[in-house]
Design a protein around this ligand. Structure first.
Ligand SMILES: *[C@@H]1O[C@H](CO)[C@@H](O)[C@H](O)[C@H]1NC(C)=O
Ligand SMILES: *[C@@H]1O[C@H](CO)[C@@H](O)[C@H](O)[C@H]1NC(C)=O
Ligand SMILES: *[C@@H]1O[C@H](CO)[C@@H](O)[C@H](O)[C@H]1NC(C)=O
Length: 327
């Protein structure tokens, strides 16, 4: 005869095991659910914040859309290198040097040495790339912009503009440096050297600087070599230079300044463009933050005044954000 108490206990124990198993699997499911929704929540938060940063600029401006041409080639590669005759003759006459080499042959050499790719073709509503374009104006001095500048995805610097000893005001990160042989400086391994070519000889110099080191002279003495990563080299497209000259400088000056080209380049590869170190300082003087010599900006070969007007217009239209330093 079985004890009724014992059979009750056995039954309860069976149920209990069942209940424990049920509770266990429910807990596991709950943990998985919370984990997933947390990931989902934070991903959304980040995307929301990112797209908010980028969306605030997407105004509707006919002034902008008349000038902005999304299809212009930005960087040279072996398949887009052929130039329309009118662009080639404009570009080839920007700076005169003797013994001009065959453009086609030099380009072929370029892309046997440097990356032959299509860069930054990822534009779209989901991309949110923030960029700082850092000019060389004296208005950076005392600005304390360093940390802010370093917080952007891309930091594009121009010519010789140094970071060392100016970190507080200009930051220390450099993802891209736009330069030409006469303005060349050594780069960090993680910086893209972006050549701004004004002549076939500039492309030959780039090849020489990474190989034979034989070219030491253009219209003036240039460094025979440069410290930089060969696999990070990029070359601005002559057609892009012409486009900036026609559409954005509206033909003012002989050709656009490096800073202006850098800014329009950023407009094409970034979704949010923040501009530092452009224009005069608060006394109305034009000078570089790293030397006190006054630059005679107005009389140079660039349409300086007009470029600044265009930059201010871009700022008014919220296409860029200008940081003007101490005012
Ligand atoms: C955008 O601008 C164009 C041209 O100025 C105009 O025709 C169009 O209606 C505008 N769209 C919106 C949404 O404001
Ligand atoms: C330049 O070189 C290319 C390829 O070698 C050749 O087809 C072309 O005719 C040359 N151009 C001139 C102007 O010599
Ligand atoms: C070169 O760039 C163009 C865009 O300017 C692109 O369509 C083409 O695919 C690129 N070629 C290579 C070899 O990456």
């Amino acid at each position: 005869m079985t004890n009724p108490l014992t059979s009750l206990m056995t039954m309860l124990l069976k149920r209990l095991r069942y209940i424990i198993a049920l509770l266990g699997s429910m807990t596991i499911l709950l943990v998985l659910y919370i984990q997933n929704s947390a990931v989902f929540f934070f991903t959304c938060k980040r995307a929301q914040r990112a797209s908010h940063i980028c969306l605030e600029d997407r105004g509707n401006s006919s002034w902008f859309s008349e000038r902005y041409k999304p299809t212009v080639p930005l960087l040279l590669n072996s398949t887009n290198s052929e130039l329309h005759a009118n662009i080639f003759s404009w570009w080839n006459e920007l700076q005169h040097v003797p013994n001009v080499a065959n453009y086609t042959e030099v380009v072929n050499q370029l892309f046997s040495l440097f990356p032959d790719e299509e860069h930054y073709s990822d534009a779209g509503p989901d991309r949110c790339r923030t960029c700082a374009v850092v000019g060389n104006s004296g208005n950076l001095l005392g600005s304390n912009y360093g940390q802010l500048i370093d917080s952007y995805d891309f930091v594009i610097r121009i010519n010789k503009g140094p970071t060392e000893n100016y970190e507080m005001d200009v930051g220390s990160k450099t993802t891209h440096r736009i330069l030409y042989p006469e303005s060349a400086v050594d780069l960090n391994d993680n910086t893209h050297l972006v050549l701004l070519p004004f002549k076939v000889l500039d492309m030959q110099w780039l090849i020489s600087a990474f190989t034979t080191k034989k070219i030491t002279q253009t219209y003036k003495e240039v460094p025979s070599t440069i410290k930089a990563s060969k696999d990070k080299v990029m070359i601005l497209h002559p057609e892009f230079m012409r486009y900036v000259h026609d559409n954005w400088a509206e033909g003012h000056g002989r050709y656009p300044s490096t800073g202006f080209l850098a800014l329009i380049f950023a407009l094409h590869i970034c979704d949010k463009v923040n501009v530092f170190g452009f224009g005069a300082n608060s006394n109305g003087n034009w000078h570089h933050y790293f030397d006190e010599t006054l630059a005679s900006f107005e009389s140079s070969s660039h349409g300086g005044d007009f470029e600044i007007q265009t930059i201010n217009h871009l700022n008014q239209e919220n296409k860029i954000s200008m940081y003007k330093g101490l005012t």
